[in-house]
Each structure stands twice: as structure tokens, then as C-alpha cells.
Design a protein around this ligand. Structure first.
Ligand code: ASP
Ligand code: MG
Length: 462
């Protein structure tokens, strides 16, 4: 079986839901459908909660009514008259209840984390109803399941942790039999409940986490994350003119890239599935024929060179040289304690016998940091630096790859070079002004030659 998760943009309007229906209908494997709230709805619900907390009953009520209308309009996706009437009645009941809740909370001017979860859960509860009705309307037998019955969590409202055992039991009793009967159950992501039935949510973007938990519990063959992009890219399109879709990458590679702002998916949310060896595929609901990007536990098959490149710009480099001749033990500790005191994360670190260089992104503590470091070291700073990073598990096995990466940068002044123990990336720090050229050169060398074309064909035909 597979899990098909559709994000907010894949259910954002009637056209999107119609695309979803086509994608789910043409799939032949047993499948569980997981959906996010319609795009923007979670934010709007949080805003309604905020207004209630301020005691603005009218504002909160209006916010809910606007959402009510948006969901009502979505019912037009269902053609069957009776089915549409049923869906409208469900939507009316949901938003009527929500309006009473926010008005009541506005009276007491208090929205606890528990009440906030009750409010935001309406987004997924409503979208999943619409999707189930739309699928039924297209002759896909799609029973709606209440996420609050399927996903059991602890009581950490706003960032609940799943009780895997209890959730697996629910999946076995509620989902498996329906799949065996040829049904296509639909459930909202992001939402769960405590064993005693209090509504909880998993944290923003939590629908991916729901999909991973369900896929893990059901031992899915694949989890599909349907979104509005073709997959993970070989480079940031704002820096490199023609990035390609990465056909396959490992979980570790995806984690590295997420750190550099590849926002397609937060790898930590899919860990429950990837940890069990269940592949996760990112797909574009506008172009369902594309193979997307496959995230797997093991390194990608075949290929040559890094899997993707990334950069982070506008950084400051700090060079810290011990004022003693040799680096005494305790020196690094003292250096990093300063960064800790100023709550400033360090990105790249390189060391020599007498000096340490680091880069930081957040300059707010810089003056204080330099002041404290100067008590025991010579300090020099340079702004307008960038990190350029080649990510790839092949750096572990291909002994010439690191040299090839650095070779592509020949002639560009490198301020720092770093390759970590895990060796899934090689990172250089250079002037920010050189970052686009560095990225273009790496991209041309590794992704725009013959190998890149083979990779692209694989994407097109898989
Ligand atoms: N609707 C929730 C959010 O926007 C969960 C999700 O979309 O994954 O954070
Ligand atoms: Mg969302």
C-alpha cells in the first residue's frame, strides 16, 4: 500500500482538488489519503485564535465566517446533489461549532494551548471532508476517518508527540480492514488526540509527520508527498539559472539541504518512515507524470558527483588567533563559550594549530562576541561572506570527488574549506560576491554535462 499526502497548495481550491481526485483515482495500489488544510487556512485559524484572545469576538467571528464561506464554495467540487448537500451540512456544522468556540473564548479573553489546538484542527477536519466527498463523487470509495481517532498523541499541545504503539493499533483496526476492502480512506494530517480524546496538533507542517507515522504503522511501500514543485532541486533557482530535479537522494543528504533552506520538506518529519526504510517521494500535483524526488535511507543508486549544491549568503567570518604561541587546551572551549553566551549559532568552523575561523549568520551579538574574544585572542572579522556546499553521499566513497569539487572552484579565493567526519558534504567559505560564480561553475561541472542528461532522462521516463 502507499500513503498519498497532499499539502495545502494541493487542496487550495476547486481546481487543485480536481487534480487530486485524478491523481488518486488513477492510482491502482491500495492507498491512504492524508490531507493538509487548504492553503492559508491554518494561519487564518491562528489569527482567529489571536483575535479571541484579545477579546475581539466580532473580529474572531468574522474570521471564522470568511473561512466558512471559503469552504462552502469548495463544495461545488462535488456534482452529486445529495452528496453536495451532505457536505455543505457538514461544513456548516463544523464552522458553526468553531464560531461558538471562538466567541466563547473571546468572552474570557483566554486561549490556552489546548483551545488553540481545538481551533486549528478545524482546518484539516474540514479539508479532509471535502476531499473525501470529492473522491466519492468521482466513484472512488473514500470513507472519511477522524484523525482524532486514528492518531494518538501525548498532551503537548501545539507540538504533540505520537504514541506510535497506540497509533499503530488504531491503524490496524481502522485503516487496514478498509484498505483490504478496496476502500481509499481519507484522513486529515497534523491533527491527533490524547488517549482521553483531547484534540492535539503536531506542530506547523505536521501533515508530513502524520503521513510518515501512518506509512510507518502500515508498513507502506512508499509515502508520496504531493506538492506544487517538481521535487528537490540540484541548486537554489535564485542562484543557478537552470537547476535540475534531483531524482534520488538519501535522508542525510536531504537533511543537509534542508539546513540550507531547501523548503520542500523537513526531513525530521519523515524520519519515522525513512528510519524503517520506507521511501518518500516528492511529487508535483500539477505534473503528476514527473517522477519527482525519491528520498531513501540508503545513498542514491549510481550517479557520479555530488547530489546537489547549496549556498548560504551574507555571512560574517571571524578569525580568532590565540595570543599564545601554541594553542593551549581549553582554548576552543573558551572560544565557543563566548558564542554560547551570545546565543549565536556557528555554521562552519575550521582550525589550525594557532587559529580558529568560524562563520555566523546572526550578527546581533557580534560586537559583544568580538569584545569578549579579544580578552584572550586576536580577532578579525570579514562581512559579506558565503558558504558554498556540495552535498553527496558519494563523497564518502569516491576518493577523487572532493578534489573535483575544489578543482571546479579553481582561481576563486577560498577563505575556509571544511569536510566533516560524515563526509556527506564539502564546504567552502568565500566572498559573497563570488558565490554565484562558484555555484554556476559547480552546477555546470556536475549537473549540466552528459551525466546530468542521463539523470534528467531518468526523471522523465521513470
Ligand atoms: N496545516 C498545517 C500547517 O499549515 C499542517 C500542514 O500543512 O502540514 O502547518
Ligand atoms: Mg498548511
Amino acid at each position: 500500500m502507499i500513503v498519498m499526502k497532499f499539502g495545502g497548495t494541493s487542496v487550495k481550491d476547486i481546481d487543485a482538488v480536481q487534480r487530486l481526485v485524478k491523481v488518486v483515482a488513477r492510482e491502482r495500489r491500495p492507498r491512504l489519503v492524508v490531507v493538509s488544510a487548504l492553503a492559508g487556512v491554518t494561519d487564518a485559524l491562528l489569527e482567529a485564535a489571536r483575535l479571541a484572545e484579545e477579546g475581539d469576538a466580532t473580529g474572531a467571528g468574522q474570521a471564522v465566517r470568511a473561512l466558512h464561506r471559503r469552504h462552502e464554495e469548495m463544495a461545488a467540487v462535488v456534482r452529486g446533489t445529495q452528496r453536495r448537500a451532505d457536505l455543505l451540512a457538514t461544513i456548516d456544522a463544523l464552522f458553526g461549532e468553531l464560531e461558538s468556540i471562538v466567541r466563547a473564548l473571546a468572552v474570557v479573553e483566554e486561549v490556552s494551548p489546548r483551545s488553540k489546538d481545538t481551533i486549528v484542527a478545524f482546518g484539516e477536519l474540514a479539508s479532509s471532508r471535502i476531499v473525501a466527498a470529492a473522491l466519492e463523487d468521482a466513484n472512488v470509495p473514500a470513507p472519511w476517518l477522524d484523525a482524532r481517532v486514528v492518531l494518538v498523541t501525548d498532551a503537548q499541545h501545539g507540538a504533540a508527540q505520537a504514541d506510535r504503539q497506540a497509533t499503530d493499533d488504531r491503524l490496524r483496526s481502522l485503516v487496514s480492514p478498509r484498505l483490504a476492502d478496496g476502500l481509499v480512506p481519507v484522513v486529515g494530517g497534523f491533527v491527533g488526540a490524547t488517549p482521553s480524546g483531547l484534540t492535539t496538533t503536531l506542530g506547523r507542517g505536521g501533515s508530513d509527520y502524520s503521513a510518515a507515522l501512518f506509512g510507518a504503522g502500515l508498513a507502506a511501500d512508499e509515502i508520496q508527498i504531493w506538492t506544487d514543485v517538481d521535487g528537490m532541486l540540484t541548486a537554489d533557482p535564485r542562484v543557478v539559472a537552470e537547476p535540475r530535479v534531483v531524482p534520488q537522494l538519501s535522508f542525510d543528504e536531504a537533511s543537509e539541504l534542508a539546513y540550507f533552506g531547501a523548503k520542500v520538506l523537513h526531513p525530521s518529519t519523515i524520519l519515522p518512515a525513512v528510519g524503517l526504510g520506507i521511501p518518500v517521494r516528492i511529487l508535483n500535483s500539477h505534473r503528476p507524470e514527473k517522477a519527482g524526488t525519491l528520498v531513501t535511507r540508503s545513498p542514491p543508486d549510481g550517479g557520479d558527483g555530488p547530489t546537489a549544491i547549496a549556498c548560504k549568503r551574507g555571512l560574517t567570518r571571524i578569525d580568532i588567533t590565540s595570543t599564545r604561541m601554541l594553542m593551549a587546551y581549553g582554548f576552543l572551549r573558551r572560544v565557543f563559550e563566548v558564542f554560547e553566551r551570545f546565543r549565536t549559532p556557528v555554521d562552519v568552523v575550521t582550525t589550525s594549530e594557532v587559529s580558529v575561523s568560524v562563520t555566523i549568520d546572526d550578527r546581533r551579538g557580534l560586537e559583544g562576541i568580538v569584545g569578549e574574544l579579544s580578552a584572550f585572542a586576536d580577532v578579525a572579522c570579514e562581512d559579506a561572506m558565503a558558504i558554498v556546499c556540495a552535498v553527496g553521499e558519494r563523497l564518502r566513497t569516491d576518493t577523487r570527488l572532493a578534489t573535483r569539487v575544489l578543482g571546479a572552484l579553481d582561481g576563486l579565493p577560498l577563505a575556509m574549506v571544511s569536510q566533516g567526519g560524515s563526509r556527506t558534504n564539502i564546504t567552502v567559505v568565500l566572498r559573497d560576491a563570488d558565490a554565484p560564480a562558484a555555484m554556476e561553475r559547480l552546477h555546470r561541472r556536475f549537473f549540466e554535462g552528459e551525466a546530468a542528461h542521463a539523470g534528467r532522462d531518468a526523471v522523465a521516463t521513470a
